[in-house]
Design a protein around this ligand. Structure first.
Ligand code: ADP
Length: 166
């Protein structure tokens, strides 16, 4: 039987840290679904469609991975998709508390779906989408953290926003 997992997240924007988790997860699972979470209460820089299409572009030559978007509870989506596990990345201790709580809550809703955590690569321990957005907005280079197609889209998006603001 093939194993599959859902890797949910905001991915606003998709970084090499996310890509690293995908590659690690593909060593363990036969199939991986990257789920762009859509939360109506959370404002994102990139729209649902933009996030999905950027991740698809980055992963276009990576087999066994699919990119979707979803709204609502991750555990409900994971149940509907019939995956074996939910995959997340762990950077520092600060991720742990929140993730542990989520994992236990998700388990209480569906005890058949395991939460599996991959420690981040040391290179990306401090990397977050939020910081990348901040650095880029302040004019810093983020090419070390983002696939080129995402970096281009981020720069374009920031310029677009500035244009609208002026
Ligand atoms: P969310 O809002 O759901 O936390 P993110 O896009 O910030 O969405 O993160 C999605 C997942 O990817 C989370 O499990 C997060 O811990 C993981 N992640 C984010 N950045 C990194 C990184 N640099 N290295 C490893 N994992 C990461």
């Amino acid at each position: 039987m093939k194993t599959s997992a859902l890797y949910p997240g905001s991915f606003d924007c998709f970084t090499y840290g996310h890509l690293d988790i995908i590659k690690r997860a593909l060593k363990v699972f036969d199939n991986l679904i990257v789920g762009v979470a859509v939360n109506p209460h959370k404002t994102t820089l990139f729209s649902r469609e933009e996030r999905v299409s950027l991740i698809r572009e980055v992963l276009k030559d990576t087999p066994r991975v699919e990119v979707i978007s979803f709204s609502g509870l991750t555990i409900q989506k994971a149940t509907a998709l019939k995956v074996n596990a939910i995959v997340r990345g762990l950077r520092m201790a600060s991720d742990f508390e929140f993730e542990f709580q989520m994992a236990l809550m998700n388990r209480s809703m569906n005890k058949h779906i395991e939460s599996i955590y991959f420690p981040a690569d040391e290179k990306y321990l401090y990397l977050s989408s939020h910081l990348v957005r901040e650095i880029s907005m302040m004019g810093g280079s983020v090419s070390a953290y983002l696939p080129p197609v995402v970096e281009k889209a981020l720069i374009r998006k920031i310029k677009q926003q500035r244009g609208e603001d002026l």
